[in-house]
Design a binder for this molecule. Sequence first.
Ligand code: FAD
Length: 339
Amino acid sequence: SSTFHRTDVAIIGAGPVGLFAIFECGMLKMRCHVVDALDMVGGQCTALYPEKPIYDIPGHPSIDAADLIDRLAEQAAPFAPTYHLGQQVEKLERTHEGRWQLTTSVGTVIDAQAVVVAAGVGAFGPNRPPLDGLAAYEGTSVFYMVRRKQDFAGKRVVIAGGGDSAVDWTLSLADIAERVYVIHRRPKFRAAPESVARMDALVRAGKVEMVVPYQLSGLEGADGQLTGVRVATLDGQEKTLPADALLAFFGLSMNLGPIADWGLNLDRNHIHVLPPSCATSAPGVFAIGDIASYPGKLKLILCGFAEAAQAAHAIHPLVHPGEALHFEYSTSKGVPGAA
Ligand code: FAD
C-alpha cells in the first residue's frame, strides 16, 4: 500500500533532534513529514534509556528521557507534522524539479523541497539470532515484538532472551498461550526483580517452563510455520521444543544501512556538514544531531537542538524563495495553537 506525499521538509529520524526540527521548521512556516524505523518517536531516548534522567537540558535540572520526548512531541504538535513510523528510509533521490524523493521500506514516497537527516546512529532494528532459514519464518511465526497479545492465544510460544522484554512478555502471555517456554543462556535474568519473582511463581505453578542454560540452535517447520525450536546447551546437548511461535528479545541494534548509499560525504558513520547551516554535500540535504559532524561537534541533545534551528533557517529560502526572513523570537511570533 504505497502512498505519495508532497511536503516542504522531510525529516529522517524522529529522535529528540528530529522532533525539535519540526518545531523550528514550523516557526518558519514549513510543513514536515517525519520518518522513523521504530514504531515510536524518541530515538535513543525512547529505545535505550526512557527512565534515565538527563541533567543537561537547559531549563530542566532533571528530566527523564521519556518525558523529554513527550514534551518535544507536544511542542511540535501545533505544526501538524505527519509521522511515518515503523519504516526505514531506503532511497533518497533528486527529482528533475530539483526536489528530493524519499522511498521507505513499506513503499511510502515523500517528495520534499529539503531533507533533514536526523538519523542519529542509524535505524534501530532487532538483533536477530543467527539461525539457518530464519527469514522464512519472520513475521509469520518468528517475531521480535508483540503487536497484538491475542495473536498468541492458544499457541505454544518459545520466548528467548534474558532482559525485561523477555520477562514481561512471559508474564503477559502466560495466561493466554497454551504453553510458554523461556530460554536463556544463563540462569540469571537482567530484569526488574519483582517481575522475575512473578515469573518464578508461574514456573512453580507449571504455567511456564524454564529452559536454562540453553541457546537457540535451530528452527523446524515448513512454509513459514514453525513446528519446533531446537535449543542446545553450551556443550552441545540438543533438544527440540514443540512450538508454534518464537519471540526473540535480544535487544536493538543500530545500522546506518541505506544512508551510506546516498552519496553524502560520509566519514565513519557520520555525515560531514558545513556549520552553521548543517548543509551536506548534496544541495537541499541537511544533517543534524548525532549523525552530523564538523570540527568541535559535541554529541549532545542540546547541540542537536541548535543545529535544528540553524538548518531550518538555511532551508527557509529554499521553501519560500524571495520571502525575506525577518528574524523574530518565538514570543513575538506566537506558536499556532498555543494560548
Ligand atoms: P537518535 O536519538 O539516535 O534518533 C535517530 C532516529 O533516526 C532513530 O529513532 C532511528 O531509528 C532513526 N533512523 C535512522 N536511520 C533511519 C532511516 N534510514 N529511516 C528511518 N529512520 C531512521 N545526551 C545528552 O545530551 N544528555 C544525556 O544525559 C545523554 N545521556 C545518554 C545516555 C545514554 C545511555 C545514551 C545511549 C545516550 C545519551 N545521550 C545523552 C546522547 C543522546 O541520546 C543523543 O545525542 C541523541 O539521542 C541524539 O539524537 P538524534 O535525534 O540525533 O538521534
